[in-house]
Ligand binder design. Structure first.
Ligand SMILES: [Zn+2]
Length: 484
């Protein structure tokens, strides 16, 4: 956390350090007589500029302000308003004086008393109103706030950018399908796509973009969705890029991941699973040798990729005995890739047909609605004086807890449903269409195809074809499908 600082005394630095913030710049203009209207306070103006921009001239991020109590932040009418306008230009700014950190969103007037040295209580209240209006109220009204232009929208922050929005949408759909952030980031970089500040994309910045509730029209402040009094997320006035269900599916993927690889069926893999470094071949890691050993058991060694000097195709081959295989099975890579691709596509179609036949509904809906209406009724009765404080405060927290739990349950259910149903018949047709196209022509990237394969099957056993060059026989490939 870095902050811009308002004075040169040691105490602001101590205050900042106490909160774990870093002082990135100190502004002083104590010597200027700011009460005179015609004096331009250079440092004050510079600080406002830094706050609006969110960074210093050298690009260092500014995320808040520390002032010392004896210093006077605002000395002329209008100063404090301009200061508030500047500090609230972005979300999540921090503020502290020598007495400690202040909550800019607090309803408590006294917590804002820091400005009180020069600003009357009335002015403080006006400022608070403005502060809340510029943030939470804007959020409640579904209005966009200031700051960096969000990638995907035009500078008005409402209308979709015709070039950027489809990228974000495709990235989200791809993530749901199991594509890695890494692969998406590489694609954006390859295409020369830049962030709204003109920088190169990093996996971290792509993640922030797709993970932001804004993409589905919702809004978060400090990681919490902004909700209306009934508990429903406030819908922003900007055009959404994806549906709330799709956003929740992506959010769940990241929430569950925490540094682990998540398979499409929900299994959590090792940190940086082998697929993190993307293999160059469709079936690397899936193929197993099916040659019988003298004792009758299968060799089962994972096949490797090799190339033969008079063959343009890659070859899947059982490694030699010295590295754990039998060296007795090899097969033309292009033919194996083709037949397994067809088998997996057929499986996706089959699963989609089966899924579309079963209706899905969350079973907790009645309980959720019931708890919400009971809480509402309790509030009404309490407000009317028909319920004692004791009863209200013993029952209301329980109900609130239950509502929160059910809400999470509902979201998880929706996300799970989304993951299951993300592929309609149209989606599957699209997957099939893109499967064999080169990536430059809109074909599916290898990682995506591999994630579909991983979702459908555990392994493919390749049985020996006998000596010599034989006609390719698909019956000697045995896919081991996942259950369910
Ligand atoms: Zn073998």
């Amino acid at each position: 956390m870095s902050t811009g600082c308002r004075t040169s005394t040691a105490s602001n630095r101590e205050t900042a350090e106490r909160h774990g913030w870093t002082v990135v710049h100190e502004y002083t203009d104590n010597d200027k007589s700011a009460a005179k209207a015609d004096v331009v306070r250079d440092d004050f103006e510079a600080m406002l500029r830094a706050l609006r921009a969110g960074e210093l001239a050298d690009g260092t991020a500014v995320q808040g302000v520390v002032i010392v109590a004896e210093d006077r932040l605002a000395r002329r009418p209008g100063d404090y308003e301009r200061f508030v306008e500047a500090i609230t230009y972005q979300d999540g700014r921090v503020f502290a004086d020598a007495r400690g950190m202040k909550d800019l969103y607090s309803e408590d007037t006294e917590s804002m008393g820091l400005f009180g040295a020069v600003i009357s209580k009335m002015e403080v209240r006006k400022m608070q109103r403005r502060m809340r209006r510029s943030h939470r109220m804007r959020a409640q009204q579904g209005l966009p706030v200031g700051g960096t232009r969000p990638f995907g929208w035009k500078p008005d922050r409402l209308t979709l950018d015709p070039n950027e929005a489809p990228l974000v949408r495709q990235a989200i759909l791809d993530l749901i399908s199991g594509r890695s952030l890494h692969s998406i980031t590489n694609e954006w970089r390859r295409k020369g796509v830049r962030t709204s500040l003109g920088n190169e994309w990093l996996t971290s910045s792509v993640k922030v973009t797709v993970r932001n509730a804004r993409v589905c029209g919702w809004r978060e402040i400090n990681g919490e969705l902004v909700r209306d009094p009934a508990g429903n997320p406030v819908v922003g006035q900007w055009e959404p890029i994806v549906t709330p269900d799709q956003w929740m599916a992506v959010k769940n993927i990241f929430d569950a991941r925490r540094g682990h690889y998540i398979y499409r069926d929900g299994r959590v893999g090792q940190i940086l699973a082998s697929d993190f470094r993307e293999p160059n071949y469709l079936l690397t890691g899936f193929l197993r040798c099916g040659r019988a050993k003298p004792d009758g058991s299968l060799c089962n060694a994972p096949l490797r990729v090799t190339h033969h000097k008079d063959c343009v195709q890659h070859i899947y081959l059982c490694p030699t005995k010295t590295v754990g295989g039998c060296g007795g099975v090899g097969r033309r890579g292009d033919m194996v890739d083709l037949f397994i691709s067809e088998a997996v596509l057929a499986k996706l179609e089959e699963v989609q047909l089966a899924a579309s036949a079963e209706p899905v509904e969350w079973t907790g809906k009645a309980e959720y609605d019931d708890a919400k209406s009971r809480l509402e009724e309790l509030r009404v009765q309490w407000t009317a004086g028909n319920v004692t404080n004791e009863l209200f405060f013993s029952v209301a927290p329980e109900l609130e807890k239950r509502i929160a739990r059910l809400r999470t349950e509902a979201q998880n259910f929706t996300a799970a449903t989304q993951r299951r149903q993300v592929r309609s018949a149209t989606d599957i047709a699209e997957i099939r269409r893109r499967w064999y196209l080169p990536e430059e022509e809109g074909g599916l990237p290898l990682t995506i195809k591999r994630s579909y394969i991983r979702e459908a099957l555990l392994a493919v056993i390749i049985y020996p074809a006998g000596k010599g060059r034989r006609k390719f026989n698909p019956d000697l490939l045995e896919p081991i499908w996942r259950e369910g």
